[in-house]
Design a protein around this ligand. Structure first.
Ligand code: SAM
Length: 191
């Protein structure tokens, strides 16, 4: 009897979780303009490790406070470890997904050097940042590189996970093969 009740309860919980996830996927498709832009998927493996190492170098070597932005910050996989390690620098995260922004806002609630903006990153003031992080997809990388070519401030560094920014010449391309996937990290410096 008890086993039947527990089984029925587990099935009910599973059903609600599944419905919740399906609703979230529909929401994600709608806000990403029918998958024109990438969904919430965190950086991982060597790609994450190498791009964080590149960002750390820039932050550690700077004698003055820098402004960092993650364009599509997700739940903070890239932004928050850096913000924690470098309290002297300022970190902004743009994301238009209300669920992931709720999570990253909660995770960063005690961090005074972090600001999360729930909006389209195409509206970000690119020229105001010294270090820009992104993990996009082909279309978003194309749109954003057009913006960056025009607006990046001199000396600004861009670290792009997996996707090349078209029309910009990388200073470095790091081999970031992860779990058998031939990924790369592209590092740009605006002269
Ligand atoms: C692939 S995830 C990367 C997350 C994080 N930067 C990382 O590396 O772990 C891309 C994120 O960008 C967000 N995104 C995609 N297009 C966007 C846009 N135009 N404006 C704001 N956020 C966007 C998605 O909601 C998603 O959370």
């Amino acid at each position: 009897m008890l086993a039947d009740v527990l089984l029925a309860l587990s099935a009910l919980v599973l059903m609600f979780v599944t419905i919740g996830l399906e609703l979230y996927f529909i929401y994600a498709i709608v806000i990403s303009k029918n998958c024109k832009y990438p969904p919430a998927f965190p950086s991982f493996g060597n790609m994450k490790r190498l791009s964080l190492a590149e960002a750390r170098k820039v932050l550690a070597e700077s004698g003055t406070p820098l402004r960092v932005v993650d364009l599509g910050c997700g739940t903070g996989t890239m932004l928050l470890p850096l913000a924690r390690e470098f309290p002297e620098h300022f970190f902004a995260g743009y994301d238009w997904d209300r669920f992931v922004t709720a999570i990253i806002r909660f995770r960063s609630r005690k961090m005074k050097n972090v600001e999360i903006i729930r909006d389209d990153f195409m509206k970000a003031d690119i020229a105001s940042y010294d270090l820009l992080l992104c993990f996009l997809d082909t279309k978003a990388a194309e749109d954003l590189s057009a913006e960056m070519k025009e607006k990046l401030k001199p000396g600004a560094v861009v670290i792009s996970n997996a996707f090349e920014l078209k029309g910009m010449v990388p200073e470095k391309i790091l081999d970031a093969k992860s779990y058998g996937m031939p990924l790369k990290v592209y590092v740009y410096k605006n002269k």
